[in-house]
Design a protein around this ligand. Sequence first.
Ligand SMILES: NC(=O)c1ccc[n+]([C@@H]2O[C@H](COP(=O)([O-])OP(=O)(O)OC[C@H]3O[C@@H](n4cnc5c(N)ncnc54)[C@H](OP(=O)(O)O)[C@@H]3O)[C@@H](O)[C@H]2O)c1
Length: 273
Amino acid sequence: MTTHTIALSGGTHLPTIALGTWPMDDAEARRVVASAIELGYRHFDTAENYENERGVGDGLRDSGIDRADIWVTTKFNRRWHAAPAEGLKGNLQRLGLDYVDLALIHWPNPDQDRYVQAWEGLIELRAQGLARAIGTSNFTPAHLTRLIDATGVAPEVNQLELHPYFDRPAERAFHAAHGIVTEAWSPLGRGNGLLDEPLVTGLAGRLGVTPAQVILAWDVVQGIVTIPKSSDPGRLAQNLDVFDVGLTDADVAALSALTASGIEPVDPERFGH
Ligand SMILES: NC(=O)c1ccc[n+]([C@@H]2O[C@H](COP(=O)([O-])OP(=O)(O)OC[C@H]3O[C@@H](n4cnc5c(N)ncnc54)[C@H](OP(=O)(O)O)[C@@H]3O)[C@@H](O)[C@H]2O)c1
């Protein structure tokens, strides 16, 4: 099976589809990660806040796969912005790994105003080889601009909520202009009705795929890295099989134009672990 990847500005290659592991606990993460590897997953998304890094690490080891063939992304919480080396050390200890492939600042937490310090720390940790790539999560263009102005170094990735109900054109344009790869969290809308949307079910019927495959194909054809969570073997397999769905440019545009009333995206100015 081919692992599709996207080149990051630091020179590594990020697998385009990850298994999202929230809200799995350690036991579930261990089981699902190992079975996902058998299905062909090579990229796993976890975080200190998910409290499942031990299970993710155990699942990787249970699978018997070479460490070098796996991409592990994790994130640390707000308390480590002033001590990022300690934060990442905790991630590594819980995962049982010597390095991660991608370390992210989970939220900007502007109320404590230490995210530039966290970013300076990640730049150093990448130089030390403890993270092969570094980035951010839930950062707005204003937050990213501050990082770039302060350090001259742009994140390699920004992971943010993104799906056809909330397709973030301004953020994506900013990322593209600065060589930042966009990663979509809650790509399937996390139960907000997106998978029952008539446009989505209609396209699924026309193309002979599932509604989830339509949405994940919308990500990958646009160069967006996507991290759907599933614990079900059948859905895990279908979520990886989205590279030949056959969406046209018009289909992509129609999906991008979807909006829904009552969807409240998370505001990174006010929320964060
Ligand atoms: N950076 C951040 O702040 C942040 C925030 C939230 C999430 N995340 C990351 O993003 C990942 C994904 O987000 P999410 O879990 O919120 O939402 P999601 O991936 O959009 O949706 C997950 C839900 O969709 C179901 N599902 C999965 N595949 C399906 C399919 N093919 N057909 C129908 N239903 C399907 C899953 O159920 P089953 O398991 O039963 O299949 C689960 O209930 C998380 O696991 C986490 O790693 C990051």
